[in-house]
Design a binder for this molecule. Structure first.
Ligand code: SF4
Length: 400
């Protein structure tokens, strides 16, 4: 049984969303400009969420080899290979969950390489499959700070996207509708942020594993009233739990941070391992990636350009180091976990010495967990359990 009422309510929100998907419909990357598409009049579908569903339902292993046979390597993004493989196998978890016969047909496909190049290959594949227009937004990558020139560059690409969208929809973008979509997106994002911040309380009322479930609406429904309503109630629930001292992990002793992708097929078992050693994963870069402080309905295009270009995954190592140091302070973190996700080097931040620099500058203990977002052949339950239990024991010994 779900511990949080919000997890139960979310099922209805997602059912309404998926069963309501209809043309005109755009596919969009998860940190792409969904607000622009909504303001143009598109419904928006997110293939990365579908990839995560394939991982969480442990169906990915059936589909990845099929994509490999099409020439999509074993070593590239397993969202991509799961999703393309599922398409080729004519299967989708949306059928069992929501009665959808297949993924919804797009009228427009939009990606933003702010997160990785892989989305371009993935979304272009489906552009060819559906003979559908594809628009890519290519912002500057790995920036330490976002400059005026960067913003102008991205805004001009957004204007190109708007022109294509207007042609498909058959009318001009209504500026008021765009302001409203950005306003709703900002409100949902702020509520999501405040919900996550309840985990600053000792003990934390929610963990990273709860967050990976509760984040679905802020990914898929940004820019809608339904999203705002959901998080208003969810934040209230978490704030009440925090005020009553309700612990997500009873007897919380160690507070940990998860850096990197979730391991979708092992959320529950990992949550149990951490809970079993009274450690709570109280914060993560991943869940915080849908906090967009810079959305501004008075300046919609520029603020979308700023917010989507300065996401963590698109930043330089200096920014990442300072961000993680801030999170350690804000959440009173005892130890940092870096997930080395074998098919997503973009979101594996242990490979260029970041854990070591963090350790040197803050004294924090770090642990690298080998795994993958969807491809469980890269994950060993036993090895992960042993590493985590040993790490938490060492943290406890340090604390004595
Ligand atoms: S960021 Fe990683 S997981 Fe996400 S689409 Fe890109 S390669 Fe895949």
């Amino acid at each position: 049984m779900a511990r949080l009422q919000s997890q139960v309510r979310m099922k209805d929100v997602l059912r309404d969303y998926f069963t309501g998907l209809a043309s005109p419909l755009a596919w969009c990357t998860s940190v792409g400009p969904a607000e622009l598409l909504r303001a143009l009049g598109f419904q928006v579908y997110f293939p990365e969420n579908h990839g995560a569903m394939l991982g969480a339902s442990r169906a990915a292993h059936k589909h990845i080899p099929r994509a490999n046979n099409e020439g999509y390597s074993n070593e590239i993004c397993s969202y991509l290979t799961s999703d393309i493989g599922a398409w080729l196998n004519r299967e989708t978890p949306l059928t069992a969950a929501y009665g959808l016969p297949s993924v919804p047909r797009p009228d427009l496909i939009v990606f933003n390489t702010n997160q990785c190049r892989e989305v371009a290959e993935w979304f272009n594949y489906f552009g060819r499959q559906f003979s559908c227009p594809v628009v890519g937004v290519y912002p500057p990558r790995h920036v330490e700070e976002v400059t005026r020139a960067d913003v102008d560059n991205v805004v001009s690409q957004f204007r190109n996207l708007i022109a294509v969208g207007e042609q498909i929809i058959g009318r001009e973008l209504d500026p008021q509708r765009l302001r409203e979509a950005v306003r709703l997106s900002r409100e949902a994002s702020q509520l999501w942020k405040e919900l996550l911040e309840t985990a600053r309380t000792h003990p934390a009322p929610l963990t990273f594993f709860d967050g990976t479930i509760l984040m679905a609406p802020v990914v898929m429904l940004r820019g809608t009233e339904a999203c705002v309503e959901f998080y208003r109630a969810a934040r209230a629930e978490l704030q009440a739990l925090a005020a009553h001292g309700d612990a997500a992990v009873p007897g919380e002793q160690a507070r940990l941070y998860w850096e990197g992708m979730p391991i979708w097929g092992r959320l529950r078992s990992l949550a149990e391992i951490f809970s079993g050693c009274r450690s709570s994963v109280v914060a993560s870069t991943y869940c915080n990636s849908w906090v967009f402080d810079d959305f501004d309905s008075d300046n919609p295009l520029e603020s979308l350009a700023i917010a989507y270009t300065q996401i963590f995954i698109n930043r330089g190592e200096n920014f990442k180091l300072s961000y993680l140091k801030r999170m350690i302070e804000d959440y009173a973190i005892d130890g940092m976990l870096f997930h080395d996700s074998k098919t997503c080097f973009n979101n594996s931040n242990n490979r260029f010495g970041l854990p070591q620099r963090l350790q040197q500058e803050t004294g924090i203990s770090t642990l690298v967990i080998d795994g993958d977002l969807n491809d469980l052949r890269f994950f060993s339950d036993e090895r992960a359990r042993t590493k985590i239990e040993t790490f938490v024991e060492q943290l406890s010994a340090r604390a004595v």
